[in-house]
Design a protein around this ligand. Sequence first.
Ligand code: ZN
Length: 273
Amino acid sequence: MHCILHLIRKGELEPAIRWTQKNYASIHSDVTDQESISDIQSSMKEDDLSRSTGDSGTRLPMASVRSSLANQLRELEFKLHRLQFIAYLQQRRLSEALAYARQHLSRFQRSQSKEIQQLMACFAFASRISQSPYASLFTSALCDDVMQSFRRCFWALLNLSDESPLYSVVACGTIALPHLIRATRLLAARESWSQCDELPVEIDLGKKYKYHSIFVCPVSREQSTESNPPYLLPCGHVLCKETVNRLPRGNARFKCPYCPSEQQVAACRQIHF
Ligand SMILES: [Zn+2]
């Protein structure tokens, strides 16, 4: 299943459709629906923005999805209109660019005022855009940025990450493998840790692969786990469950290790990061 989703994310619809046809008949129709995003992305590459902005009203009518992910989609909508506006400027179709801006960009005036000011200033440099301070707006980077926003919105609407989990797993494994091999050699004498919940060594995967915060108990210095989660004390300090259970030493009350207030074990609450 993850292989199929990976293929769809990469825009490889033909093999994904063939695969589902053979093995997953129940989701075959869902996969063929994904042709929409692929078609729209192709249109964007070919500078036909009318489909992605919903002007044709056929594939991605923005109005129908505005209620959810409103801000993200609104930004994407603005970026798509900006791309069309820039296309008119590049073709020196200035009056059409102005008419397009009036029709489509004016309603973004409050949220995207700085960007709109930049676009309007481009008129002053229409004959020599490449030497203007706004030359960066006329590169393919802007289109790539729109494509990325488009993909992110599409997958967010399906409650899925825009990056393939299969790719993330392989990438994390590739980063971690040399560290794991080294750790295996060093820990060879100890008992097997391949079945443990956590690795006995910390491996830095970089910012990109940090998906959630971790909590380290300031008393026991241990990282929280499912069986030893963080607990919020009524005073606002946070300790791990084992520490909260250990500190009272048989009493119902105990003193917070970080402030003078007295705490009741029953009043402590588990929290989730
Ligand atoms: Zn406290």
